[in-house]
Ligand binder design. Structure first.
Ligand SMILES: *Cc1c(COP(=O)(O)O)cnc(C)c1O
Length: 377
């Protein structure tokens, strides 16, 4: 029996009021008052010029690939340690993923290996801020400038994390957020595209609205709306935006709860980790993390599996994370080979994520800590 889940959705209490308001208005399709409010909350809190809610982070990444005119023959550089959506976004357009290994400390793309993978077909660099700890953006942006490449941030984990004081999601021309149930802020399923280069504003609205200029029509800027480009249906309903609005408005509360839980794990497990050859997450001094997850790097694959079983026997659900993408069935079709990304291959086998969610009680967390401390590698 699971006593402590890996994740449990959190609600602030205000969600139901906003959903009731959407029903009473009545406006349930996309881009009503709650969606607009979410856009404003994201734009003002991050200091960016435009945010658009989407149905998922996956869809926001797909929009980024469309906005960058990805086409067959193009190559895109990305870390081998990420979720398939980071790659699928441009693979759907016929572009080819070029997997780069990750850094052993943060599990972010190893910026020192990017330049050697750039060819005259390279179109963009897609980075992932793993666990909401920023990639080495100064170096990555300099490489992108030198080779005139776009940078897209898959910031599914990192909303309100910072790198050198600047919010993650504000570095690339485009960035994607996730509001999936397992992320810091949620609407069950959901996402957002952050647009840091205003040249994409108008086309992004069109792609999101089935290739039409309906957004401009609703603002009264055109007197009829028409099919003007490719596109799809990427806007969430007002019911989801209403839920998300409550979450975004409680940003301070949610982040401080997560911070306390994260810091408690780090403090209480430090000496156990040291004695057992495990390591806790490393947060470089230039990064302020988003408190998205708490992971352990175990000494070996066997000890990782043994700790998962030990915790499961006590009713605690701990899980591993991404399998190296270059060695997945799809990655192999793109020519991935064992040994291409040795750090990814090694760490993916040893990483374990502990239960971590907004609203985890201190007694739940104490049970997890006691259970981990009772385990010997
Ligand atoms: C969760 C996640 C996604 C997908 O998010 P959805 O909103 O479920 O589409 C993409 N990339 C990363 C790194 C993720 O963690």
């Amino acid at each position: 029996m699971i006593r402590i889940p890996f994740n449990r959705p959190f609600a602030t209490g205000k969600e139901i009021d906003y959903i009731r308001d959407a029903i009473a208005t009545p406006k349930l399709s996309g881009d009503g008052a709650h969606t607009t409010q979410c856009h404003t909350l994201l734009e003002q809190s991050l200091g960016i010029q435009k945010a658009l809610l989407t149905t998922s982070c996956t869809h926001a990444l797909e929009m980024a690939a469309l906005l960058l005119n990805m086409a067959p023959g193009d190559e895109v550089i990305l870390p081998a340690f990420t979720f398939p959506s980071t790659a699928n976004a441009f693979v759907l357009r016929g572009a080819r993923p070029i997997f780069v290994d990750v850094r052993a400390d943060t599990l972010n793309i190893d910026e020192s290996q990017i330049e050697q993978r750039i060819t005259d077909r390279t179109k963009a660099i897609f980075v992932v801020h793993y666990a909401g700890v920023g990639c080495e953006m100064d170096t990555i942006l300099a490489i992108a400038r030198r080779h005139v490449l776009a940078v897209v941030e898959d910031n599914a984990h990192g909303l309100y994390g910072r790198y050198r004081g600047r919010y993650l999601g504000t570095f690339g021309q485009l960035a994607a957020l996730s509001f999936h149930e397992t992320k810091n802020f949620s609407s069950g399923e959901g996402g957002a595209l952050l647009i840091n280069d205003a040249q994409f504003n108008q086309r992004a609205e069109v792609l999101r609205e089935k290739g039409t200029d309906r957004s401009r029509f609703f603002r009264g800027e055109v007197d009829k709306y028409n099919w003007i480009d490719v596109g799809s249906s990427y806007l969430p309903s007002e019911l989801l935006a209403a839920f998300l609005r409550a979450q975004l408005e409680h940003r301070g509360q949610i982040q401080s709860m997560r911070r306390e839980t994260w810091e408690n794990y780090a403090r209480e497990l430090a000496s156990w980790a040291e004695t057992n050859g495990a390591r806790l997450p490393i947060i470089p001094p230039e990064c302020e993390q988003s408190y998205h997850m708490f992971y352990l790097i175990m000494p070996s694959f066997e000890s990782r599996q043994a700790l998962i079983s030990h915790l499961a026997a006590l009713g605690i659900l701990a899980v591993f994370h991404y399998l190296p993408l270059h060695l997945s069935p799809m990655g192999l079709r793109f020519g991935g080979c064992e040994g291409d990304c040795p750090v990814t291959e090694n760490l993916a086998d040893r990483l374990l994520r502990l239960p971590f969610f907004t609203g985890m009680s201190s007694s739940e967390q104490a049970q997890v800590i006691d259970a981990v401390r009772a385990f010997r590698c």
